[in-house]
Design a protein around this ligand. Structure first.
Ligand code: DAT
Ligand code: MG
Length: 150
């Protein structure tokens, strides 16, 4: 539905490399609506919760350290098929396998420095939104909605 939400996070390398505006612009231009946005410097403990499903992977300690190495931009975008379209806009987990035109395919080289996170299902989006925005999100009506949706 039009109100599907996804959690998108610009990772510390995306922030350090000055790609925040470019990444947000892609989602805005596609038609997605920002319903929550903030900068945060997450703790390793918070990131262990965010990536709990990957706790047994050999790269997990390095992943948590990298993600805690600087501030991130936490965003919730809302719109039609936000989760699947958000994943398509990111590309593959490995930038090498990401199509040109995708965020990782245009801006990243290494799997361990892939600049942006996106929820992989509606269920994980809801969990991630609760984890990163316990204060809640901001619902609002965009004047473009009549031109984005039938
Ligand atoms: P995605 O971010 O595409 O959802 P994921 O959830 O499987 O991928 O993994 C989370 C992050 O962990 C990923 O963005 C980068 C890192 N990662 C995944 N596989 C990795 C690997 N084989 N080596 C190093 N880092 C990896
Ligand atoms: Mg994932």
């Amino acid at each position: 539905s039009n109100t599907e939400r996804t959690y998108i996070m610009i990772k510390p390398d995306g922030v350090q490399r000055g790609l925040v505006g470019k990444i947000i612009a892609r989602f805005e231009e596609r038609g997605f609506k920002i319903v929550a946005l903030k900068m945060a410097h997450p703790t390793e403990d918070h990131l262990r919760k965010h990536y709990a499903d990957l706790a047994n992977k050999p790269f997990f300690p390095g992943l948590v350290k990298y993600m805690a190495s600087g501030p991130v931009i936490a965003i919730v975008f809302e719109g039609l098929d936000a989760v699947k379209t958000g994943r398509a806009m990111l590309g593959a987990t490995n930038p090498l396998a990401s199509p040109i035109g995708s965020i990782r395919g245009d801006f990243a080289l290494a799997v361990g420095r892939n600049i942006c996170h996106g929820s992989d299902s509606v269920e994980s989006a809801n969990k991630e939104i609760d984890l990163w925005f316990p204060e809640g999100i901001t619902s609002w009506k965009s004047v473009y909605e009549g031109w984005l949706y039938e």
